[in-house]
Design a protein around this ligand. Structure first.
Ligand code: CA
Length: 224
């Protein structure tokens, strides 16, 4: 995996880069929030280690803006603070996990591996479910020779549904991970799911997005 480290304490940032490199992976460090956001949205990283207290944009603003732009890269937030309110703030903003400083190198690596496993699709060229394939580079959804292009948010929703199957994905989870805002309207999610259903039908796929009342969505294969 390729890890982005956003931390203004240079000694710590460089130490994290070394920890990741020693674990056999690669990492780059940047030292302020704006550079962090640019790098995080570059598509070059499989995970981001993000400090909360940063010059420029703070860590919560960085992850919030990443999610708003449809960047679903997993984020592990770091903070020296330990209150539950800080943790909830970070997770609400769209972070996937949280660690308080100081931490052990082994724990950092274990958490990064868990995050990139959970989102293992980011490390592949494409994702397949039943008869459909989603190309992570071009955002094309294909069944056999039939292909349709997905818009940014359609792509993120489809990728999460495919990566989560057979688990149910809640509307709140999609709002947090794709829109970066759990207060955005659930109508947005419903609209994008509706677009995706039309596109799945357009390419003649047997895959359908099933609505489970009060729970969310799940990909299923329509029996002939
Ligand atoms: Ca800091």
């Amino acid at each position: 995996m390729n890890v982005l480290v956003v931390e203004d304490e240079r000694n710590l940032a460089d130490a994290i880069v070394r920890i990741v490199s020693d674990g056999g992976d690669t990492a780059d460090a940047v030292y302020d929030g704006r550079a962090g956001l640019r790098a995080a949205c570059s598509g070059r990283y499989d995970a981001v280690v993000l400090d909360v207290m940063l010059p420029g944009l703070d860590g919560r603003e960085v992850v919030h803006e990443m999610r708003r732009q449809g960047v679903a890269t997993p984020v592990l937030m770091l903070t020296a603070r330990t209150t539950t309110a800080d943790k909830v703030d970070g997770l609400d903003a769209g972070a996937d996990d949280y660690m308080t400083k100081p931490f052990e190198a082994d724990e950092l690596l274990a958490r990064l591996r868990a995050l990139t496993r959970r989102k293992g699709d980011v490390m592949l060229d494409d994702v397949t479910f039943a008869d459909v394939t989603l190309d992570l580079a071009t955002h094309d959804l294909s069944r056999g020779e039939r292909t349709v292009h997905l818009s940014g948010k359609e792509f993120e929703v489809m990728r999460i549904l495919m990566g989560s199957s057979p688990r149910v994905v809640s509307k709140q989870d999609l709002l947090a991970r794709v829109w970066g805002d759990v207060d955005a309207s659930e109508n947005s999610v419903e609209a994008y799911v509706s677009f995706l259903r039309k596109k799945l039908a357009h390419i003649g796929s047997s895959v359908q997005i099933t609505t489970l009342r009060m729970l969310g969505y799940r990909l299923e294969v329509l029996e002939e």
